[in-house]
Design a binder for this molecule. Sequence first.
Ligand code: AMP
Length: 389
Amino acid sequence: MAKLSIKDLDLKGKRVFIRVDFNVPLANGGQEITSDKRIRASLPTIQYALEQGAGVILASHLGRPKGKPNAEMSMKPVAAKLQELLGKTVKLAPDCVGPEVEAMLPAPGEVLLLENLRFHAEEEANDPVFSQKLAKLCDVYVNDAFGSAHRAHASTVGMIQYVSQAAAGLLMDQELKYLGMATTNPERPCVAILGGAKVSDKIEVIENLAKVVDKVLIGGAMAYTFLKSQGHETGKSLVEDDKLDLATKLLQQYGSKLVLPVDHVVSSEFKAGAENQTVTEIPADKMALDIGEKTIAEYEDIIKGAKTIIWNGPMGVFEMPPFDKGTVALAKAVADSGAISIVGGGDSEKAIKSAGVTSKISHVSTGGGASLEFLSGVELPGVAALTNA
Ligand code: AMP
């Protein structure tokens, strides 16, 4: 079901509550922001609301304060960084609800950042009274926090029933557009590349994507659970023995859609720079840490012909060169393919960054857990709750 976008709202003279994802990484006891990527990601939505003549209230969680105020997880550095990026005054409220906050509400063109939502246990508990207090602050609601949309909390779900209209922000809109297109009506051929450590983390993603896409290229440690289920020697590679039956079932069900590595870079040691060789059958005393050259070539070929590519998870232990070769090669192939490319998950994002190709990717999802759930076919509660278009 299509959802209302911020562009559908009349924001002039209104107070808009924008749920953002400002859960930034912090250092120095919460004083220093080490990456402002998440703040930058919501700037277009904030700027749009200001241009339309709204007073902007911003709210986010930060870290895990477990329902109590904690100076090390205050939004204070976020307010300072946002002020610098926006080039206009950003007031910081001492709390996220209550009379003191109500006395600070923004006039049109002003920005008020609320203090950490998770300083109240009622946020994660999706408490109705707390939800009403949040809703009381605004005329209309916008959710731009895709990374939190898989959680049914007061600020992502609860408060929506108490506001007149609830729309997706520009960042949320972009996430829904790309992920929605890829999982329902992709341009074909559509290829999914799935890697990472465990089959168990991605069963639902494999099952859901295999129904829609034309090929699923499997890499990373999870490939070895599939290969072992086919009777191959996997040596000391990471294998989930309790998922062998499931791997067999998936291979039977989706047959040639699931593509497995045909060669592997193996080593005796799990460490960067370890001595290694490329093999087609894994020796009993070695572990496979990356896909081999033949597999890279085969996967590159399939990627070249794709019109849509969805990628989640590295092809090997990419944190430990030289076992990053497969992941980096595929990152380049995806970037050069000319296909609509959607990358999700922190590790895949790091991989495209280290391959220097981020700007050639159509969409890098901002929500790790949320994008995996979306790709699994689960309707995210924070999206479901928004007003239908
Ligand atoms: P995930 O969080 O499931 O996407 O898994 C990412 C992790 O999988 C990374 O830390 C990789 O190092 C790890 N990984 C990928 N391939 C392998 C492999 N062949 N053996 C062990 N770990 C791997």
